[in-house]
Design a protein around this ligand. Structure first.
Ligand SMILES: Cc1cc2nc3c(=O)[nH]c(=O)nc-3n(C[C@H](O)[C@H](O)[C@H](O)COP(=O)(O)OP(=O)(O)OC[C@H]3O[C@@H](n4cnc5c(N)ncnc54)[C@H](O)[C@@H]3O)c2cc1C
Length: 470
């Protein structure tokens, strides 16, 4: 392969990179796709696969009235008007075509979809979709189309090949330098480069730079190392969005020393009602645990030092409440007393000591909660789910962190997905789609259902179409 042969180099073969390569190759473009992992798919192996789109065929079939404008207004309402207006509109205006296309190539909706909301703040309209097998349902339909194009030689796919940097000439991008599994470094040249290499929630050093106040407790793709952000930043790209960070509610580091060992509790209001109390690092309650707003719960936790709280209960709750954890029940129960984060004690004093909180504060919090259960009224926080007191030893506590599944900051792009310099001018020949743009650009300072995955798929599709017009 000689230099300058590629029309486009697509860096990454995940949610954004797969549609980008498919659409560019179907239009006859000479496409090189490099992928650091040994397989395609990226975060589709982990993602819950929930998408949102307005004006879809399935909505029309079900008689659901909706429009991109209504979707946009709803998303801005949920995020307190913090979604990037240009890219937000672009993503939402083209989301229905993305979902319709997925269905055309075989994607099947779960029978209960579409819904207004499941894990995040609900939309006002049923525009929230998913398949039967999380995001694997999406990969299962993208992969055969992609594989066929690779087999036909229309996409040259190089697995185990990691981009190190972008190559520029006189301010314009002319290719990428990448290293393969044997350690060989090679330059690849193209008319355009599309960065679709994901976020950086698996890069603790970069995380510490963008979000020094919030220790990383991550559950994400190990290849989300921020390579696209760092490479574009070296060429002067604008990077922003970290200030809108919101963590998910909530989980723990399985290994206290490993920021990538994040695991989930099942605390979302749609999943489970809280029998326990939540206390801060001084041992005091600090929120209404049974709020139906996940945004409220997430923000209350975010305001805690190190985004950490404790979940506290007694033997009665521990035995009778539904599982609080996504691990198999026996595995989770066996952790108490045997894992740094799953604490068990015969007295409140001992529990407080293990938690490292003030024992008097903890005992006062529990006593006030027990009075609230007796009276059926929680004057301090207005909690209404007051089923059972915390009174029977042994007592239990679990540390709970805000979990990071997506990285907030990213490179900025204009309405044609051209990467922008700090002065707002585009870097010639450089494009971006997906989480490399920063999660908060499309989802603002809240979690809007589907507003990471759907824009990634949509922008990938648009890039493939725009870079190689018919
Ligand atoms: C647990 C979890 C649940 C989620 N659930 C949802 C959800 O329900 N709805 C939603 O909207 N969003 C969800 N998200 C977020 C969403 O899935 C991601 O933001 C989106 O899939 C990212 O797509 P992407 O193409 O930008 O990155 P990816 O899909 O991660 O693809 C990037 C690809 O680039 C490769 N790569 C990285 N660096 C390089 C390099 N230097 N050179 C070459 N290749 C490279 C990676 O290996 C990867 O294959 C979830 C995320 C997680 C972790």
């Amino acid at each position: 392969m000689t230099d300058q042969q590629w029309d486009v180099i697509i860096v990454g073969a995940g949610s954004a990179g797969l549609p980008a390569a498919i659409f560019a190759a179907q239009r006859g473009g000479r496409v090189l796709q490099i992928e650091a992992d040994s397989k395609i798919g990226g975060t589709l192996y982990l993602s819950s696969g929930q998408m949102s789109a307005a004006g879809t065929r399935i909505q029309r079939k079900l008689g659901i009235e909706d429009s991109p404008q209504a979707h946009y207004d709803d998303a801005q309402r949920i995020t307190h008007n913090t979604i990037d207006p240009i890219l937000g509109r672009l993503a939402i205006d083209h989301a229905a075509a993305t979902l319709d296309w997925l269905i055309d190539i075989g994607f099947e909706l779960a029978p209960e979809a579409p819904q207004c909301g499941v894990t995040h703040e609900p939309f006002t309209v049923r525009r929230y979709y998913w398949g039967n097998n999380l995001a694997l349902s999406i990969l299962e339909v993208l992969a055969p189309v992609h594989e066929k194009l690779v087999a036909e030689g229309k996409i040259e796919l190089r697995l185990n090949t990691r981009m190190n940097r972008l190559i520029e000439d006189d301010g314009a991008v002319i290719g990428v330098e990448a290293t393969d599994a044997d350690g060989a470094t090679q330059a690849f040249h193209a008319a355009n480069v599309a960065l679709t290499c994901g976020g950086y929630a698996a890069n603790p050093e970069l995380w510490a730079r963008t979000n020094p106040e919030q220790p990383l407790c991550s559950h994400t793709n190990a290849f989300s190392r921020g390579d696209g952000l760092l490479a574009a930043e070296q060429l002067g790209a604008q990077v922003d969005g970290a200030d809108k960070y919101l963590s998910t509610f909530a989980g723990w580091r399985d290994d206290p020393e490993d920021p990538m060992s994040g695991q989930f509790f099942s605390l979302a209001p749609n999943a489970r009602r809280p029998w326990e109390i939540y206390v801060d690092r001084s041992g005091k309650r600090f929120m209404r645990e049974d709020s139906q707003s996940i945004d409220y719960l997430e923000n209350k936790l975010l305001q805690q030092p190190d985004t950490k709280m404790f979940i506290v209960c007694d033997e009665g709750i521990w035995r009778n409440a539904p599982p609080i954890c996504l691990l198999p029940e026996a595995e989770y129960r066996a952790k108490f007393g045997n894992h740094y984060n799953f604490l068990k004690a015969d007295t409140m004093d001992d529990l407080a000591k293990q938690m490292g909180v003030d024992a008097n504060n903890l005992k006062r919090s529990v006593a006030a909660f027990n009075t609230a259960v007796d009276n059926g009224k929680d004057p301090e926080f207005g909690r209404e789910f007051l089923l059972r007191k915390i009174e029977t030893a042994p007592f239990y506590a679990m540390g709970a962190h805000g979990i990071t599944v997506v990285s907030p900051a990213g490179i900025n792009a204009d309405g044609q997905l051209r990467v922008l310099r700090q002065d707002g001018t585009p870097i010639p020949n450089l494009y971006a789609a997906g989480e490399v743009l920063g999660f908060t650009r499309l989802s603002g300072n809240a979690f809007v259902g589907g507003m990471s995955l759907t824009p990634a798929l949509t922008f990938g599709r648009l890039l493939g179409q725009e870079l190689i017009p018919w």
